[in-house]
Ligand binder design. Structure first.
Ligand SMILES: C[C@@]1(CC(=O)O)C2=NC(=C\c3[nH]c(c(CCC(=O)O)c3CC(=O)O)Cc3[nH]c(c(CC(=O)O)c3CCC(=O)O)/C=C3\N/C(=C\2)[C@@H](CCC(=O)O)[C@]3(C)CC(=O)O)/[C@H]1CCC(=O)O
Ligand SMILES: NC(=O)c1ccc[n+]([C@@H]2O[C@H](COP(=O)([O-])OP(=O)(O)OC[C@H]3O[C@@H](n4cnc5c(N)ncnc54)[C@H](O)[C@@H]3O)[C@@H](O)[C@H]2O)c1
Length: 220
């Protein structure tokens, strides 16, 4: 059985960092969209582009070089994506990336990728990233759809609440063990379910028990 790479999962902070996408078709567009939502500075290099990529360029959200890729285009990049329909160009982009030690996603060749992109469920600060290590992108999508049903929008609210409580608890002068006990108690409570059902009184009760504040969080 073909084994493939054993990938290392990370969450990159791309805020303000240049990411170069070579190619401007449907797949490039999908990759650009995710890069933009991660705060990356995006440069697209392609002679033909989708209307959406054109629109992002017109709005100044991305930089667009409307021409074929040439060696040197990756010089300032932190990360790149090769999303053309030309296998030769894909190889050239990958070899420039390797030479410059820039991570490169070659969308039609998992063997050439130095990183691959997961399927993601996003709920505010929660991200569930799913990968099949390239075995089946369609299966990754299916798993995402199942997780989307299980982890609804209430998880965004829940994590805002937990982040706020965590900050408050950390500001108390408590021994680490005590703190951990509180975090565990809060994490074990079915708070997302209560949020979903609008059971604010349960949430208020658990907060009060821990001496936490919720009044201005839920505007009923
Ligand atoms: C997760 C997601 C993120 C994203 O693209 O940003 C993603 N592909 C998605 C969807 C998707 N891609 C394809 C289909 C059609 C069905 C099918 O072929 O299965 C569907 C399903 C659909 O569109 O419904 C076709 C396809 N994809 C790749 C190849 C080449 C090959 O495998 O050889 C071909 C054949 C091309 C052809 O022959 O024409 C390769 C890759 N696609 C990956 C990621 C990486 C591995 C991810 C993993 O498995 O862990 C990897 C290795 C490289 C990379 O792109 O990073 C996104 C899910 C979005 C969502 O959640 O809905
Ligand atoms: N990874 C994935 O999720 C996934 C999904 C579907 C398809 N694919 C594969 O990804 C590839 C791209 O798919 P698509 O539908 O976006 O293709 P497409 O035909 O819509 O777009 C190809 C793009 O490549 C550009 N291009 C061609 N030569 C170039 C060059 N020398 N320099 C710069 N840009 C150049 C074109 O201008 C065009 O914008 C295909 O090989 C496809 O099989 C990958």
């Amino acid at each position: 059985m073909e084994k493939g790479a054993s990938y290392y999962s990370v969450f990159l902070n791309l805020e303000g960092r240049l990411c170069v996408v070579v190619g401007g078709g449907e797949v490039a567009e999908r990759k650009v969209e995710v890069l933009l939502s991660s705060g990356a500075k995006v440069r697209v290099i392609a002679p033909q582009i989708t209307w959406q990529i054109e629109k992002w360029a017109d709005e100044g959200r991305i930089e667009l070089f409307k021409r074929p890729y040439r060696w040197g285009d990756l010089s300032e990049a932190w990360l790149c994506v090769a999303a053309t329909d030309d296998p030769e160009v894909q190889k050239e982009v990958f070899s420039e990336a390797e030479e410059r030690r820039i991570f490169c996603n070659v969308v039609d060749k998992p063997e050439l990728c130095s990183f691959i992109v997961p399927s993601v469920v996003r709920r505010g600060r929660l991200q569930l990233a799913i990968s099949t290590s390239g075995a089946s992108p369609a299966a990754a999508r299916r798993i995402r759809e199942r997780l989307e049903d299980e982890f609804g929008p209430e998880w965004e609210v829940y994590l805002e609440l937990m982040a706020r409580w965590r900050k408050e608890i950390l500001s108390r002068d408590l021994p680490e063990e005590k703190r951990r006990e509180i975090f565990t108690r809060l994490a074990m409570a079915p708070i997302p379910e209560w949020i979903r059902n609008g059971d604010w009184h349960y949430i208020r009760a658990i907060a009060e028990r821990e001496g936490l504040f919720v009044e201005d969080f839920f505007k009923e």
